[in-house]
Design a protein around this ligand. Structure first.
Ligand code: G3P
Length: 231
């Protein structure tokens, strides 16, 4: 049985960084598991597709794909089939990341496919307006990520807090069942604390963890920041 996804969640996107591929992906996932068992905070990982099975087998952390395609079994060469992702041991998938964008129709179909195969859909959104459209597609989570802040180390929670508050308001008005995460430029516990105080239910992070000198320490700092707001 794959581990449960609980909120608040720290979701670490491994992207295609060398520091998070193959053996390095395994080390990072082990650290995520360590932080999760030390703090009780849910730490999910989104590795490269081929790293999903080994990570899902070895570690007690929820594993997400970075993308799925809006397809079913059939003649689709080079596509990412939702059923394969599920069978590989993932519990969910990112969708429409700003580095892997999809048309609105494809997002809507992919969310439906995720639901059919029991994968949690985490749809990325670049703006408040986009969040309103995406919320109506009934994903499990929306991660609001202004693309211009991705990888900058300037956090969305401190640089553009108003985007987070108005995205939360908009999304919850349209569909209160959707959990709201935020991401882009998050590197410190204080970024996470600021985000949590704005009302998010988790964060989506990449370089702040993957490229850190000590990823364990950074994830621990993030988890401790979440616990401060939770308690
Ligand atoms: O998917 C998360 C990502 O786009 C945020 O990137 O490097 O700013 O944490 P980063």
């Amino acid at each position: 049985m794959p581990p449960d996804v609980k909120l608040p969640i720290i979701l670490v996107n491994f992207k295609a960084y060398a520091e998070a591929t193959g053996e390095n992906a395994i080390k990072l996932a082990e650290m995520a598991e360590g932080v999760s068992s030390e703090t009780g905070v849910c730490v999910g990982v989104a590795p490269q597709f081929v790293d999903i099975p080994i990570i899902a087998r070895k570690f007690n952390v929820p594993v997400f794909a970075q993308h799925i395609d809006p397809i079913s079994f059939g003649s689709y060469t080079g596509y990412v089939l939702p059923e394969s992702i599920k069978q590989a041991g993932a519990v969910g998938s990112l969708l429409n990341h700003s580095e892997r964008k999809l048309s609105l129709n494809d997002i809507s179909v992919a969310i439906g496919r995720a639901r059919e195969v029991d994968l949690i859909s985490v749809v990325c959104s670049e703006s408040v307006a986009a969040s309103a459209v995406l919320a109506a597609f009934k994903p499990n989570m929306i991660a609001i990520e202004p693309p211009e802040l991705i990888g900058t180390g300037m956090s969305v929670s401190k640089t553009k807090p108003e985007i987070i508050t108005s995205a939360i308001k908009t999304i919850k008005r349209i569909n209160p069942e959707v959990s709201v995460l935020c991401g882009a430029g998050i590197t410190s516990g204080s970024d996470v604390l600021a985000a949590m105080k704005l009302g998010v239910e988790g964060i989506l992070v990449s370089s702040g963890v993957v490229k850190a000198k000590d990823p364990y320490k950074v994830m621990l700092e993030f988890a401790e920041a979440m616990l401060k707001v939770k308690s």
